[in-house]
Design a protein around this ligand. Structure first.
Ligand SMILES: [Zn+2]
Length: 407
């Protein structure tokens, strides 16, 4: 049923890299499983379905490994130049949620057969009532828990924004020159091309004309995370106290090749809590929200754990030198996907140091050292991992979810 390919990496993978490697290779190469030799931590065996084209997989694998090796050597060369700040680490070993999952097979086909999810053209999907109810319930129960545990000590400011980001902010962040690969741009027709555009479309039988000349250069991008808007809205402000913001928003990421039902979407939703203030306040907020996320997962029955993530922050190492950035920027909470013995990130916890406060000139009183951090829960991925862990038969769901999800 499977065929294999064997390869070797330039150097052994560390424990942290191992998880990241396994996860990224499965998302970028059309294979079903990868085995890393536990002794050398360099040799790998990739398993792919026998009827796939071996040459295509071989090419994908080679270019993935070349890029991986290249990125590693780049990272090693730049490490010495960057001055990063050490802050307390969260107690990762304690942050895991053990629940007994009852499903071990991939639920994708059943989801489609039962029409809980419908596939639209262009890799877009739609949800029917069961999924909509689960999405709302997961979001609400998470939000309720965080608010009830945190609002005694701090006011939580609920805010809302559109999904569009004016290009001014993205230019200020250096996003276009550092990390444009996943951006979606929002463009529109130029006023004097509307007539010509309409004619051309008529001539094409109603299809979309392909020439870019019809379009204005984009003034907006679609946001890749909701929390950006909070930092933008504080530009040139002086804050008189540490702040927590609560918001929900759409995230748009151009992952055209890798989309997969609720696991990887072009457009998904995140519930975010954003902490702005002293470094201590932001780090405490991260630790508390990590703890609460695990508590919430136990309540919902989702098994998973907190891990240090080595995803690159979208700023590059040259920029990092100009700011006070913590050495460990990103932690994530991952949920198990039992059928493929893998996990997916369902929430990330980023501590940005003073990157946003200095870029957008906001401060806590007169402090030059104002930090920001955020926790973003990917709601579709929570529902996805829950369903992968328990299946679609509601009788097998944990009681709390069964009794409350469609109230
Ligand atoms: Zn965020």
């Amino acid at each position: 049923m499977f065929k294999t390919l064997e390869k070797s990496l330039d150097r052994p993978l560390s424990d942290l890299e191992l998880k990241k490697f396994k996860h990224t290779i499965l998302n970028n190469v059309d294979i079903v499983k990868v085995h890393i030799d536990p002794v050398t931590k360099k040799r790998l065996t990739a398993y792919f379905v026998f009827n796939k084209n071996e040459e295509v997989i071989k090419n994908q694998l080679n270019s993935f490994l070349n890029k991986w090796n290249e990125d590693l050597s780049k990272k090693e060369n730049s490490k010495n130049n960057v001055n990063l700040i050490n802050v307390n680490e969260p107690p990762i070993q304690k942050l895991n949620s053990c629940c007994s999952n009852s499903n071990n097979s991939n639920i994708s086909n059943e989801l489609l057969e039962k029409k809980w999810i419908t596939i639209l053209k262009g890799r877009d999907i739609g949800y029917t009532e069961e999924i909509v109810s689960l999405l709302n319930f997961f979001d609400k129960s998470y939000q309720d828990l965080v608010i009830s545990e945190m609002s005694d000590s701090h006011k939580i400011n609920k805010v809302g924004f559109s999904s569009l980001i004016p290009k001014y902010y993205m230019e200020k962040l250096g996003y276009f020159s550092n990390s444009p690969e996943h951006l979606f741009f929002a463009s529109h027709l130029s006023l004097d091309s509307i007539e010509k555009f309409t004619e051309e479309s008529k001539a094409l039988g109603g299809h979309l004309p392909q020439e870019e000349v019809f379009f204005e250069s984009p003034e907006y991008v679609l946001q890749s995370a909701p929390c950006f808007k909070v930092y933008f809205s504080l530009e040139d402000e002086i804050l008189n106290e540490n702040k927590i913001f609560n918001l929900k928003g759409h995230c748009f990421r151009n992952e055209i090749k890798n989309t997969y039902l609720l696991e990887r979407l072009l457009n998904f939703t995140q519930r975010e809590f954003v902490f702005i203030g002293s470094p201590e306040f932001v780090v405490e907020g991260r630790d508390k929200s990590l703890e609460l996320t695990i508590e919430w997962m136990r309540k919902m029955g989702i098994s998973g754990r907190c891990e240090l993530a080595n995803d690159p922050f979208f700023i590059n190492d040259d920029q990092k030198q100009k700011f006070n950035i913590p050495s460990k920027i990103k932690y994530e909470v991952r949920a198990d996907i039992p059928y493929k013995d893998d996990s997916i990130s369902i929430a990330s916890f980023d501590t940005h140091g003073d990157f946003f406060s200095r870029t957008f000139n906001f401060k806590l009183d007169n402090s030059e050292n104002t930090w920001s951090g955020c926790i973003g829960l990917g709601i579709e991925r929570c529902v996805w991992s829950f369903l992968q862990q328990y299946g679609l038969d509601k009788e097998k769901w944990p009681t709390y979810v069964r009794q409350n999800y469609n109230k």
